[in-house]
Design a protein around this ligand. Structure first.
Ligand code: SF4
Length: 117
C-alpha cells in the first residue's frame, strides 16, 4: 500500500496558508495515485509518534511506501528516524517532500513528481 500524509504544523503556520490542503489530498484520492491520503496536524508531536506506532507497528505492516508532504525532508528524517527505528520500519520506504510556502497547484506538482521517482 502507498500512502500520502500532509503534515501541516497544526494548520496555523503561515507557510501553509497559500494552499488548500483538502484540495491537495482530494486530488490524490481522486486520481488513485495512492491507496490512502490524510492530513495530520503535527506528526512530530508525541501523538504523532503514536500515529506512526499505529500505522507502522510490526515493521510497517502492509505499507510499501509512505510519502509525507510538509516541512523540509532532511528535517522530517531527523524528526521521524527515532520512531521508525523503534518500529523497525525500513526508512527507504519513506519519502519526505517540502510543500511549505507552495500554492495548491505547486504542492500537487511536487507530490506528483515525488510519487513518480
Ligand atoms: S513534521 Fe514538519 S510539517 Fe509536520 S508539524 Fe512537524 S515541523 Fe511541521
Amino acid at each position: 500500500m502507498k500512502g500520502l500524509i500532509l503534515c501541516v504544523c497544526q494548520g496555523t503556520c503561515p507557510s501553509f496558508q497559500k494552499m488548500n490542503v483538502f484540495e491537495v489530498v482530494n486530488h490524490f484520492r481522486r486520481s488513485k495515485k495512492v491507496d490512502f491520503a490524510l492530513i495530520h496536524p503535527q506528526l512530530c508531536a508525541n501523538d504523532g509518534d503514536n500515529f506512526w506506532r499505529a500505522l507502522l507497528g510490526g515493521g510497517g505492516g502492509r505499507i510499501d511506501r509512505i510519502v509525507v508532504a510538509g516541512c523540509d525532508p532532511a528535517m522530517q528524517k531527523k524528526l521521524f528516524s527515532r520512531v521508525f527505528k523503534e518500529l523497525d520500519f525500513d526508512e527507504s520506504k519513506f519519502t519526505g517532500i517540502k510543500i511549505r510556502n507552495m500554492t495548491t497547484e505547486e504542492a500537487i506538482k511536487a507530490i506528483e513528481k515525488a510519487l513518480e521517482d
